[in-house]
Every structure is written in structure tokens, then in C-alpha cells.
Write a protein that binds this ligand. Structure first.
Ligand code: AMP
Length: 212
């Protein structure tokens, strides 16, 4: 079973996907993380995706499908949280072709205003080693620039730089609205406000999933 988690960059998708994996035993599959792994490892996919990702644009649907096919299992008992996919209507339709084995149970939309998203993204810092996320104002590390978890250096993702942020938000707005409409038409759409503490938002998500 698949739970599609949709939210603009900075809406807190990754945090909620981590919480769902940790507390509910679901498996998180983040297409952004999978792509970053390819970039780090210098694979052919990574080389193709790196510049596109740095600009904040979308990597091709073919590359994403190849990643999905490798990463998405066929274990009928497993619940997978899809973080970052589908990002456009074509990807939602591609996903529907795999749904015979892996049906989408719900599309959870974490909704956050653009102004708040820009504040969140521009202050985000991530550990270059373990990927833990911090924020210079709202969730700073104990020692500036150093990861609390593993002691490695914190970095700013190239796509969190100001020039990429507005591209990413524009790309999101344009491409993702049809995805939300698509799941709304199928009766699977659940809106959750992305403002509030991660714990409170998590409880709301569990609430809507329980009811679906
Ligand atoms: P994220 O970590 O989800 O913000 O993804 C980071 C970047 O990876 C995006 O800005 C895109 O360049 C790329 N990416 C991740 N998921 C997708 C997707 N489903 N389709 C196309 N590009 C993607």
C-alpha cells in the first residue's frame, strides 16, 4: 500500500515521512533522497540529475520511474510513504499503473503558505554526512555548523540557495496542483495544515489515515 505525501519544498514532508517510518513502521521512500544518493555516488543517473536538481527543476519522468521501479517493493503487507513523488500529473498516472500491486491508500497534502516556506528553506542546513536537518533560527544545532547527531559539518543544499528556492516553489505550484486534483477526484485527498509542531501535525496525519 502507498501513502502519497505531497507538500511544497519546506512543508515538512521529510520530517513527517521520518516520523511515520519511526512510529508507524511504514517505509519511507524519498525520491529526492534517492536522487541525492545517486549524485553523491556519481552514478550515470546522478550525473544526469545533479545540475537539474541544483537549479530546482524537475528531473525527467523516465529517471524517476527507473528509481521507483528499483525502490518500490511488491510486498503487499508493506506500507510505503512516498515522499516527493508524484510531482506532476504524468507521474501520478505512471504510479497508477503500478497500483494493481501497490494501491494508493491516501494522498496527504501538507499545506504551508509560500512566505513561510521561503523562511524555512533559506534557513535550512543539513548534515553532509547523515542528512539530519536543522534550521538556523527555529532548530539550530548545539554548535553552529556542526551536526548534533554525528559531529559532521552542516551544509546548505545548493537548491536551498535563494535563486533556486523561488524556481522550486514555482515548479511545485504549477505541477502539483493537478496531482492534488487527481487524488481529490479519486476521493483520496486529505489536506493537513503544515503549520504547528511536528508532533501535532503527525497526530493529525495519523488521524486522517485511520479514518481513510
Ligand atoms: P526534494 O528533496 O523532494 O525536495 O527533491 C529535491 C530535488 O530532486 C527536486 O527539486 C527535483 O530536482 C528532484 N526530484 C525529487 N523528486 C522528484 C520527482 N518526483 N520528479 C522530478 N524530480 C524530482
Amino acid at each position: 500500500m502507498i501513502i502519497v505525501l505531497v507538500g511544497a519544498p519546506g512543508a515538512g514532508k521529510g520530517t513527517q515521512a521520518d516520523l511515520l517510518a519511526e512510529k508507524s513502521g511504514f517505509r519511507k521512500l524519498s525520491t529526492g533522497d534517492a536522487l541525492r544518493k545517486h549524485v553523491k555516488a556519481g552514478t550515470a543517473v546522478g550525473k544526469q540529475a545533479e545540475a537539474i536538481m541544483a537549479k530546482g527543476e524537475l528531473v525527467s519522468d523516465d529517471v524517476l520511474l527507473a528509481i521507483l521501479e528499483v525502490e518500490l517493493g511488491t510486498d503487499a503487507k508493506e506500507t510505503v510513504i512516498l515522499d516527493g513523488y508524484p510531482r506532476n500529473l504524468a507521474q501520478a498516472k505512471t504510479l497508477s499503473k503500478i497500483e494493481a500491486k501497490n494501491p494508493v491508500k491516501a494522498c496527504v497534502h501538507l499545506d504551508v503558505d509560500r512566505k513561510d516556506l521561503i523562511t524555512r528553506l533559506s534557513g535550512r542546513r543539513v548534515c553532509g554526512s547523515c542528512g539530519t536537518s536543522f534550521h538556523v533560527v527555529s532548530a539550530p544545532s548545539k554548535v553552529a555548523g556542526i551536526c548534533d547527531k554525528c559531529g559532521s559539518k552542516l551544509v546548505q543544499r545548493p537548491d536551498d540557495e535563494e535563486k533556486s528556492i523561488s524556481v522550486r516553489l514555482d515548479v511545485y505550484d504549477k505541477n502539483t496542483q493537478p496531482v492534488l486534483d487527481y487524488y481529490r477526484d479519486r476521493g483520496l485527498y486529505k489536506r493537513i495544515s503544515g503549520l504547528g509542531s511536528p508532533g501535532a501535525i503527525f497526530k493529525e496525519i495519523i488521524g486522517v489515515l485511520g479514518a481513510s
